[in-house]
Design a protein around this ligand. Structure first.
Ligand SMILES: [Zn+2]
Ligand SMILES: [Zn+2]
Length: 181
């Protein structure tokens, strides 16, 4: 099992090497990055001017881009939504193989604040680890410092760490153990 981060659109400001190292340390798995060309046009909602993240997950699952024995997460800068919410930072298949995370609302500039690239890097790392956690079967955690805590606002992301709490780490081990059986 390994994880691939698929860069699709405007990830150049991010240090993808560092991103891979941090994701690797969260899950103790091989993590690599590659650029992926994908056409998201069909997932664009012309009324909301946003992209439907659930449809993007289906696109990814049907794209043949997920290699055997791997999970893939798209890293993009598109503004994402699901129909019941105004926006999402990302989405993942629970206990599945596909996920997406967007830096669109992780930039300080989006909130009229000065550019802060290290902060953008940290927020993106947390969002990627969070969504991948879902693909490993983890659900939202009550511990607000845990990376699996649900984040509505970017401030919630800033409060949490880029790592799993002890309880989520334990759950991950149990889930992993089940998979081996
Ligand atoms: Zn979540
Ligand atoms: Zn937790």
């Amino acid at each position: 099992m390994f994880v691939e981060i698929l860069g699709a659109r405007n990830f150049e400001k991010l240090d993808v090497g560092l991103l891979c190292i941090e994701v690797k340390s969260a899950f103790n798995l091989e993590v690599s990055f590659r650029k992926a060309v994908m056409d998201f046009g069909a997932t664009f909602d012309a009324n909301r001017l946003q992209y439907n993240s659930t449809q993007i997950l289906h696109l990814l699952l049907n794209s043949g881009k997920i290699q055997n024995d791997s999970k893939a997460i798209i890293l993009t800068d598109l503004d994402l939504f699901v129909p019941i919410l105004t926006y999402v930072f990302g989405e993942a298949e629970l206990n599945g193989r596909a996920a997406i995370a967007s830096s669109h609302r992780l930039h300080n500039e989006y909130y009229g604040l000065p550019k802060n690239e290290p902060l953008l890097q940290t927020r993106t790392t947390k969002e990627i680890i969070h969504e991948l956690g879902h693909t490993f079967g983890l659900i939202h955690c009550k511990d607000y410092m845990c990376v699996m805590h649900s984040s509505t606002y970017v401030e919630d992301i800033d409060l949490k760490k880029a790592s799993l709490c002890i309880s989520c780490k334990d759950k991950l081990e149990i889930l992993d153990g089940n998979r081996l059986k």
